[in-house]
Design a protein around this ligand. Structure first.
Ligand SMILES: [Zn+2]
Length: 344
């Protein structure tokens, strides 16, 4: 306990010294990259992800350790951003379709969302690996759905028309959906293709030149510093160890969603990641949009387990979740990258 208090104090000191970065995971066992000396430009100092596997059904991996859970709890916001209008329930889906990539961060995010809900009172997280939770009857009790790195969901209008209709009606009718990291890989792989859902999310996965290789930190720029979801970053870009998911146009485009942060291609390392395409110049990391009467929130950060104990990113997620749940009012009007000719 004493040790964790010390870490807390260290984080506060580091945060007060660093203007364009914030240290995370001060307790990182590989702390050499940050810790006390982490100052300007050092970026987020995060631990490394674990091994990967492939799954079918519910993910089965080792969850966070007691020590890691403690770090999540310490980094977690202490209260809701806004008081929920009523008790909220978030359905957290972690299903992996046949042969789907099995992210080891899945149990980390399940735990993170449980803690977030409990600690802030903003919502109750209900974790499920059952596709039938998307029935109209089951969705009734929820305010939003969260795709926790769900890949290749067994959902498509031709094979599961009722579930697809129920989920789409749920969102269009005024509820919310959010996706973490690989959630953009949920609706189009394998035998199940659901284009409308990919369009709703605002993108589908198409590779990740920016890998969690433990060597390179990727630079993130804040596109909407004044947006309520971006308050935790104080208008300052940052760097972090993580894997950044790419979503190609035309599904991803700034005309269709409000992009809150994106890769900073003025950074040499980020610009230089291998396997890039010209359209990667604009790679959105986090965005919101309206869909019918409902709301959509996506953030690609979180492959690296240490993201789940990185305070500003957790605060960003909390805000995104409260937007999706319908409690945090945010103008999600898209802003095209290039100003219209009539401006200026
Ligand atoms: Zn990943």
């Amino acid at each position: 306990m004493r040790k964790t208090l010390l870490f807390g104090v260290m984080i506060m000191i580091i945060m007060s010294q660093a203007s364009n970065s914030f240290a995370a995971d001060a307790a990182n066992p590989r702390g050499a990259r940050g810790g006390r000396g982490a100052g300007r430009g050092a970026g987020m100092n995060m631990g490394r992800g674990m091994g990967m596997g492939r799954g079918n059904g519910a993910p089965q991996q080792r969850g966070p350790s007691e020590e890691e859970i403690q770090k999540m709890e310490e980094a977690m916001p202490t209260k809701a951003v806004v008081e929920p209008k009523k008790p909220r329930k978030l359905l957290v889906i972690d299903i992996l379709g046949q042969g789907a990539f099995n992210h080891t961060c899945i149990p980390y995010w399940n735990k993170t969302l449980e803690i977030m809900g409990e600690k802030t009172g903003a919502f109750t997280a209900v974790v499920s690996s059952d596709i039938n939770m998307f029935s109209a009857e089951n969705l009734k009790e929820f305010d939003a759905v969260c795709l926790n790195n769900s890949v290749s969901l067994p959902l498509s209008p031709d094979k599961t028309p009722e579930l697809c209709k129920a989920l789409m009606d749920f969102i269009k009718g005024g509820k919310g959906i959010m996706a973490i990291h690989a959630g953009t890989d949920a609706f189009y792989t394998g035998a199940y293709i659901w284009p409308e859902a990919s369009e709703m999310l605002g993108g589908k996965f198409s590779g990740h030149p920016w890998t969690d290789n433990g060597r390179d930190q990727w630079a993130v720029k804040i596109d909407e510093p004044d947006n309520p979801l971006m308050v935790p970053f104080k208008g300052e870009g940052f760097k972090l160890y993580d894997e950044i998911y790419r979503t190609d146009p035309p599904l991803y485009q700034r005309e269709k969603q409000l992009v809150l942060m994106s890769l900073d291609m003025s950074d040499e390392t980020t610009k230089g990641a291998r396997g890039q395409k010209p359209t990667d110049e604009d790679t959105g990391i986090s965005w919101i949009k309206n869909w019918g009467e409902g709301r959509v929130f996506y953030c690609s950060l979180g492959h690296n387990h240490a993201v789940t104990w990185t305070a500003p990113i957790l605060e960003h997620y909390l805000r995104g979740i409260q937007f999706a749940l319908g409690d945090l009012e945010v103008d999600a009007t898209p802003k095209p990258l290039k100003p219209a000719a009539t401006e200026n």
